[in-house]
Design a protein around this ligand. Structure first.
Ligand SMILES: O=C(O)Cc1cc(O)ccc1O
Ligand SMILES: [Fe+2]
Length: 437
């Protein structure tokens, strides 16, 4: 495992210099007439220049060449045939409970990298008006070679499920293992190296950036603590490469621009617009210690808010290992119908509300107002269990992308992947009438 150095904190104003180039970060100003070491200064904006201070994000990169030194962008058709970003009308709307068996990794003998392996499962909204989200899975088996990717349309929250991701970014390097997540904000270039067949989930948001949820009466500490978020440190590669490919997802389509050098030529940087990773094992769980089942918002790691108070474009929620102690309570999730859409995935283990059928590397989607809840076996078991303090979900990490938008499923998600479990509805059919006088 590579020993990369990180900076700790969330939303902080960081500074970093590649240690091989001391004093490469200009002191006291952003745009000196000549930068140290003959570097170019480049600003990367993550918000409108005039956004309020609490939301204003930007970073300054000091690099060997400015990013503009590239050949024109050309369409990169066929590079990721199952990636979608706009126009969600491929399929007829379908309100059914959906569950997918684990998505297939690329077949032996085919080489698929992180970008080629992007498959869109569902989404809503529009990349041009910068409102909406998309949920992808990546199914890949080879490293990106002399190519970098950036997303012009929004931020990626990446949840590896199988295989670590060794990610080189303009800000430095991140090694992200299953049970860790990372966020690569809009526009930041990155390249993903793999150690073998790799699978994971991606939540893409078009509206704005992820932030930590407010804590309200919890107080100043708890849930995902800011210091556990890790941002890379500057690491520069001065590499000439004939035909290096910079791939952009722009308005939902892929483009490629060739250039003669690696884009990871940043010697120093400072700012608060950065990629970061987070270890889900660090999540401090808050829950009921008396009775009843709390809403899953208590497990929110990160949220991308909408303009409506308390209503997210998307929340990233986890169901981490914890103690369950509630008295005279049906402890698993309640039956419910939600005005939000719930996409779930499983990193490892098994989810408490579903005894079978929901497997690591698979997924489920319970759309707006579609009823769902514990399956028959879970209901009968939990209704009759002795309510002693119990560890739940040890060795498990399920998660949910919950959105206030109503998502459409892509053709790949509903048909081509052939993973949709047509018998999912059966898990509730045996729920009996227990009504008695
Ligand atoms: O549907 C699900 O399994 C997710 C979920 C979990 C929970 O504890 C409460 C509500 C909810 O939607
Ligand atoms: Fe739910």
């Amino acid at each position: 495992m590579p020993e990369y150095k990180y900076l700790s904190g969330f939303g902080s104003h960081f500074s970093s210099e590649d240690s091989r180039f001391p004093n490469s970060l200009p002191e006291g100003q952003n745009s000196p007439q000549k930068c140290p070491y003959g570097l170019y200064a480049e600003q990367l904006s993550g918000s409108a220049f005039t956004a309020p201070r609490t939301e204003n994000t930007r970073s300054w990169l000091y690099r060997i060449r400015p990013s503009v030194v590239h050949q024109p962008f050309q369409r990169f058709e066929g590079a990721a045939p199952f990636l979608r970003g706009t126009g969600w009308d491929e399929q007829h709307p379908n309100p059914n409970q959906m569950r997918w068996n684990p998505f297939d990794l690329p077949a032996d003998g085919t080489e698929v990298d992180f970008v080629g392996g992007l498959h869109t499962v569902c989404g809503a909204g529009d990349v041009r008006s910068r409102h909406g989200l998309a949920i992808h899975v990546y199914l890949a088996n080879s490293s990106m070679k002399n190519s970098a990717f950036y997303n012009s349309d929004g931020d990626f929250l990446i949840v590896p499920q199988q295989g670590p991701l060794d990610i080189t970014t303009e800000f430095g390097r991140l090694y992200v293992k299953p049970n860790e997540i990372c966020v690569i904000p809009q526009g930041i270039r990155f390249s993903v190296a793999l150690e073998g067949p790799s699978r994971g989930y991606i939540l893409e948001v078009y509206d704005g950036h992820f932030r930590l949820p407010d804590l309200g009466p919890i107080g100043a500490n708890g849930l995902a603590n800011p210091r556990d978020f890790l941002t890379p440190t500057a690491h520069c590669e001065d590499r000439s490469v004939e035909g290096y490919r910079v791939v952009s997802k722009f308005q939902g389509a892929l483009f490629v621009a060739r250039q003669g050098h690696s884009p990871f030529d940043v010697v120093a940087w400072h700012g608060n617009y950065v990629p970061y990773k987070y270890d889900l094992a660090r999540f401090m769980v808050i829950n009921s210690v008396s009775f009843d089942h709390c809403d899953p918002s208590i497990f929110t790691v990160l949220t991308c808010p909408s303009n409506r108070p308390g209503t997210a474009i998307a929340d990233f929620v986890i169901f981490p290992p914890r103690w369950s102690v509630q008295e005279h309570t049906f402890r698993p999730p309640y039956y419910h119908r939600n005005c939000m859409s719930e996409f779930m995935g499983l990193i490892f283990g098994r989810y408490e509300a579903k005894e079978g059928g929901f497997l690591p590397g698979g997924a489920s989607l319970h759309s707006m107002m579609t009823p769902h809840g514990p399956d028959h076996r879970c209901f009968e078991g939990a209704s009759n269990a002795e309510l002693k303090p119990e560890r739940i979900a040890d060795g498990t990490q399920a998660f949910m992308f919950e959105s206030s938008l109503s998502m459409a499923v892509t053709r790949w998600g509903e048909e081509t992947c052939q993973k949709l479990d047509a018998r999912y509805y059966e898990c509730w059919q045996a729920l009996e009438k227990h009504f008695h006088l």
